[in-house]
Design a protein around this ligand. Structure first.
Ligand code: 0O2
Length: 193
């Protein structure tokens, strides 16, 4: 239910922004339900008691939405939009763009509750919204594929270092694209540089 809500909320915003401004910060979006294996791994990693209450309290990302943007500024534009919505409560922000993970992973994670209207009541369902640029998404999905082979063990140290450097390289691409966009929007010609 939460995924239907969030997917339709952001599809509407995408349509509205395209119609009004000819540009939407949303490049594309995906939704996913946490798999049972991943849920069990998380319960074990957090050493949670197997009670419905503990799982409800501690695991907030069973429903997940990933929004991919073209520019870094769009990530924060969407965060601001979410902060102002009345049907979404922002519970916690994990900014792995400002403070990337040791792996090099960058993304903005928002733990939210989304409103779902049922026949006789309104409920607030927890979900995680991950927002990142195309470059961050490319790095994360490729790193995930490379790491897959090593599940349970760690990937060789040299490869970890390379992945970290590649994350910085892709971030450079993000920064350069933003710079170029800023130049074009402010009417500066690149030849003047
Ligand atoms: P899935 O799809 O959930 O099975 P916490 O509650 O903060 O203790 P949590 O929520 O596990 O623990 O931590 P985090 O890091 O905030 O969010 C985890 C999710 O972020 C992961 O989901 C990935 O989608 C993404 N992620 C985090 N670190 C990395 C990384 O180094 N590489 C990549 N590719 N993705 C990462 P799950 O649990 O893996 O998958």
């Amino acid at each position: 239910m939460a995924l239907y809500e969030l997917e339709s909320d952001f599809n509407i915003i995408d349509l509205e922004w395209k119609a009004k401004y000819g540009y939407s910060p949303i490049e594309h979006l995906k939704t996913r339900m946490k798999t049972l294996t991943s849920l069990i791994e998380k319960i074990e990693r957090k050493d949670l008691p197997l009670t419905q209450e503990a799982i409800k309290q501690e695991i907030r990302d069973i429903a997940g939405v990933r929004i991919v943007t073209s520019f870094i500024e769009d990530v924060y534009l969407l965060k601001e939009h979410i902060e102002h919505r009345e049907d979404i409560r922002l519970i916690r922000v994990k900014d792995y763009i400002k403070e990337p993970k040791n792996s090099g992973y960058k993304s903005l994670h928002l733990l939210v509750e989304t409103q779902v209207i049922l026949s006789n009541e309104i409920i607030w369902v927890p979900a995680e919204i991950q927002i990142r640029t195309t470059a961050m998404d490319f790095w994360a999905s490729t790193e995930h594929k490379l790491n897959y082979k090593y599940q349970g063990e760690s990937i060789p140290e040299e490869a970890q270092k390379q992945l970290f450097e590649l994350s910085n390289a892709s971030f450079l691409l993000d920064k350069e694209m933003s710079k170029l966009r800023h130049q074009l929007l402010s009417g500066e010609t690149i030849l003047n540089e």
